[in-house]
Design a protein around this ligand. Structure first.
Ligand code: CTP
Length: 422
């Protein structure tokens, strides 16, 4: 029997207790699991409990002669199909980013040639710290797969991103990476994944055609300051972009969502970066590269004020201030000529007339692969439904009006097909 093997590295965080449940679920899916625990992980979970769950010896010491003679540290990763670090603390991410190997876990990680999935869990401030975000960017560039943490109440009493995703979601992601069928019925206590709009994605989640693909999505408007209290905005709600990010994550992709100012919940399994202006959005996009596909749904403001004064502009008799504007960078067009141009670059076009004609002009002007044109003359912006015209150099594919989450799913399935064809 060709049983897929996972080498699970458990590091020392309060979420380490969930690694036992993860092992149980993985074994129920028919996978074999061998565990390595760091010294600090053993403060949270005993090696004995882990050994009972894996039905195997637990590895921990680099210089344990017995362990090294029975199975050396190089062998441990060589015998695995996938290395999973769960939970991954800020400390191990920092060590990996710097190439430090000072114990068995970090030595395996430096020596392995197998795919690595890190599932971080930490306090929200540690997660948001620029050092951690810098390390994560480095690890992504090094080819490490990162599963975004959930948002919510944390063991330390704070609230925000940093919670370990629930074990069924992690097991599902691992199965997707291994191309191993995920049987949803074999997990317990799993709540359905929902996308904005409230529709529940079905048990088809087991099918993950975007597994291993990195996808960048921009969404929402940008706000461009006129002074500290006033800004230029547009009617984009961000719902379509969030639905696309949710659909991409549900199909197994590693998703970075760069969101303008909107009031929407982060979809499960999506790494979200909030920005305000077009300039901020461009910097965040640059930082998220490289990716396999970028879907630029954001309604980026075309212009910003040349200068936004630090103090509020006061009414001055009958004198009406002139708004002196300058053009914002075109993020989509700059990605098209970027050294790390995504393999598939998709722009959106919000049009009020001659929809397809304008989209065709935009496709050529922006240098992207597809333009998804939508008619915003009705109540599409902020509404629940949308209709797409997918314009490529080969023609136009027009899809009827559907709920934003349904059409998002259809778009991401088309993206998966295109990426699979290379
Ligand atoms: N876009 C961008 N950066 C900008 C403006 C737009 O990345 N500064 C992206 C949007 O995210 C979208 C696409 O370009 O994917 C088209 O945006 P749209 O506003 O329709 O096009 P414009 O170039 O602004 O053209 P116009 O306003 O004349 O229709």
């Amino acid at each position: 029997m060709n049983e897929k093997r996972i080498l699970l590295i458990v590091t020392g965080g309060i979420a380490a207790y969930k690694s036992l449940e993860l092992v149980r679920l993985l074994k129920r899916q028919g996978l074999s699991v061998r565990a390595v625990m760091t010294q600090s992980a053993t403060e949270f979970v005993t090696p004995l409990s882990m050994s009972v769950m894996t039905e195997d010896q637990v590895y921990g010491h680099m210089f344990d002669l017995k362990e090294e003679s029975e199975i050396g540290h190089i062998q441990l990763s060589r015998q695995a199909d996938l290395v999973v670090i769960c939970p991954a603390t800020a400390n191990i991410l920092a060590k990996m980013a710097a190439g430090i190997s000072d114990d068995l876990a970090t030595t395996i990680l430096l020596a392995t040639d197998k795919p690595v999935l890190a599932v971080p869990a930490m306090n929200v401030r540690m997660w948001n710290h620029p050092a951690t975000q810098r390390n994560l960017a480095q690890l992504r560039a090094d080819g490490v797969h990162i599963m975004a943490p959930d948002e919510g109440a944390m063991a330390c009493g704070e609230f925000g991103p940093g919670r370990l995703p629930e074990p069924p979601a992690i097991a599902e992601r691992i199965c997707a990476m291994l191309g191993h069928d995920f049987d949803i019925m074999l997990t317990s206590g799993r709540s359905p994944t929902t996308v904005p709009g409230g529709a529940a994605l079905s048990a088809e989640l087991a099918h993950c055609p975007l597994s291993g693909q990195r996808i960048l999505v921009t969404a929402g408007p940008t706000h461009e300051a006129i002074d500290p209290v006033r800004y230029i905005a547009n009617r984009s709600s961000g719902r379509q972009g969030f639905a696309i990010a949710a659909a991409a994550a549900a199909l197994g992709a590693e998703v970075t969502l760069i969101a303008g100012p909107v009031h929407l919940a982060t979809p499960p399994g999506v790494a979200r970066i909030d920005v305000e202006t077009a300039i901020d959005m461009q910097a965040a996009v640059e930082k998220a590269l490289p990716v396999d596909a970028a879907i630029m749904v954001a309604a980026v403001a075309d212009w910003r004020a040349v200068q936004a004064p630090e103090q509020k502009i006061k009414k001055d008799g009958g004198n009406i201030p002139a708004l002196n504007l300058t053009e914002n960078p075109d993020i989509l067009a700059s990605l098209a000529t970027h050294a790390h141009r995504p393999r598939l670059l998709i722009g959106f076009a919000a049009e009020t007339e001659k929809i397809v004609e304008h989209a065709q002009t935009k496709l050529a002007k922006k240098g992207c692969d597809w333009i998804v044109a939508n008619d915003v003359s009705g109540d599409v912006m902020g509404g629940a439904n949308n209709a797409f015209h997918i314009v490529t150099k080969d023609g136009v594919d027009s899809w009827p009006e559907s709920a934003k989450d349904v059409i998002a799913r259809k778009l991401m399935e088309k993206v998966a097909d295109a990426l699979a064809k290379g």
